[in-house]
Design a protein around this ligand. Structure first.
Ligand code: NIG
Ligand code: ZN
Length: 403
């Protein structure tokens, strides 16, 4: 079954050549893209969709979320808006609510959040554990997460639960808890920050996870100039996320990780992606991550929602893109790229165009997964020009119409 989508006013491919095609068309065959080009040259297909002169982008790749939770933290948010500062301690409130929720309800809540994200154009989504924080509940979160998200990250090292010895908990998270989640996860993450895990504890957990075959990422430099970025670089993590407070040496270290990468061919040694989380920055009243400086320094940047009840209760990638343009000084093309191709790079899903094998996400090219986002606007510029407007018109996820 093939579908021709034609009369696309602007096709922002986010491919390796950064092509933006005018008056374009795309053909989907099954789950993959089989043709792109000028609408006038489009081949026939079983079915045709008229895009009505709208703009098309790759579906958003949300590479950082925490969707396995129950309850909310409205009171904490209100206190923060009244001047309190964010601290890691709030995680325990969500841990208690999550532990008290049945498998059925936790699954239903998480599925609802994925559906909300997809309806806004997200077509590939990572999510994390981290609100279970004992063996039983971390394993349960990982198991449920593996049924609702495209990739799952183990975040047992999110907070040391009250009354537990930090080093004993670090051992637990590096040993039996890791073993319990291992069948369900591809990545491991640690919250390396004052009030959570220090550099030595974070390293211990990450090394154990690496030995267990997991890829690594780090929540780092969110609340101050901590050791997170340096640790991520040392351990060749796929991403370091938040990056609000960066010293020159942190930017230099991240730049260095991309020295062996050829961005024009998408080949070579991948470095550590800096994942910026603008909705979180605003909700916690932290300085916005320096995405402009990072891009100018040659670092690959991703934008993600960080959807969670404590610091960023939104899955709107469009909001992140709008903020990145209006407040972080990215161009629309750069911001959309960070929210699509950048996320794919952070999740190691930027490559693959085989008929039967791996299929890249986050860019529109022949062989890539047919993850497409049609805007109710003639160009992607409207994402920043019309902030807050509901611009998602249609979504295809792995070739299937999802909205
Ligand atoms: N920073 C650590 N973890 C989450 C927040 C968790 C929470 O407060 O519930 C984040 O990415 O912002
Ligand atoms: Zn997070």
């Amino acid at each position: 079954m093939s579908t021709l989508i034609t009369n696309i006013a602007e096709l922002m491919t986010q491919d390796l050549e950064h092509r933006v095609l005018k008056d374009a068309a795309v053909v989907i065959e099954g789950e993959r893209i089989s043709w792109i080009g000028a609408a006038a040259d489009a081949p026939a297909a079983d079915d045709a969709v008229d895009a009505g002169g709208r703009a098309m982008l790759p579906g958003w790749v949300d590479s950082h979320t925490h969707l396995l939770f129950a309850g909310d933290r409205t009171a904490e948010f209100e206190a923060r808006m009244a001047g309190e500062s964010y601290s890691a301690g709030g995680i325990a409130v969500t841990m208690n609510a999550t532990r008290a929720t049945s498998d059925f309800d936790l699954t239903r809540l998480a599925l609802g959040r994925v559906a909300e994200a997809v309806s806004q154009g997200t077509t590939y989504i990572e999510t994390k554990t981290g609100y279970g924080l004992d063996i039983e509940h971390e394993a349960r979160s990982a198991r449920i997460a593996s049924t609702i998200a495209d990739q799952v990250t183990y975040l047992g090292a999110h907070l040391v639960p009250a009354g537990q010895d930090p080093d004993a908990y670090t051992d637990l998270a590096s040993g039996p808890m890791l073993a319990a989640v291992r069948p369900y996860v591809q990545w491991a993450d640690v919250f390396c920050e004052d009030g959570a895990f220090d550099a030595e504890q974070s390293r211990r957990v990450l090394l154990a996870c690496r030995d267990a075959g997991l890829g690594l990422r780090v929540h780092g430099n969110q609340l101050g100039e901590g050791p997170g970025v340096q640790l991520a670089v040392e351990l060749e993590a796929a991403s370091v996320d938040h990056v609000n407070y960066l010293a020159d040496k942190d930017v230099d270290a991240l730049t260095g990780t991309w020295a062996g990468w050829d961005a024009t061919t998408g080949t070579g040694r991948r470095g550590t992606v800096a994942t910026c989380l603008p909705a979180c920055d605003l909700s916690t009243r932290q300085p916005l991550a320096p995405a402009r400086e990072l891009l100018d320094a040659g670092v690959q940047v991703a934008l993600a929602s960080n959807c969670n009840p404590g610091t960023s209760y939104t899955s709107s990638m469009a909001f992140c893109v709008t903020t990145a343009v209006l407040q972080m000084r990215l161009s629309v093309h750069e911001a959309v790229r960070a929210a699509t191709y950048g996320g794919a790079l952070a999740l190691h899903k930027d490559k693959g165009n085989d008929v039967d094998g791996e299929r890249a996400v986050g860019s529109i090219a022949v062989g890539h997964r047919a993850d497409l986002h049609l805007l109710n606007a003639p160009s992607a510029t409207h994402l920043a020009y019309r902030p807050g407007m509901p611009l998602t018109y249609a979504v295809w996820r792995a070739g299937a119409r999802a909205r």
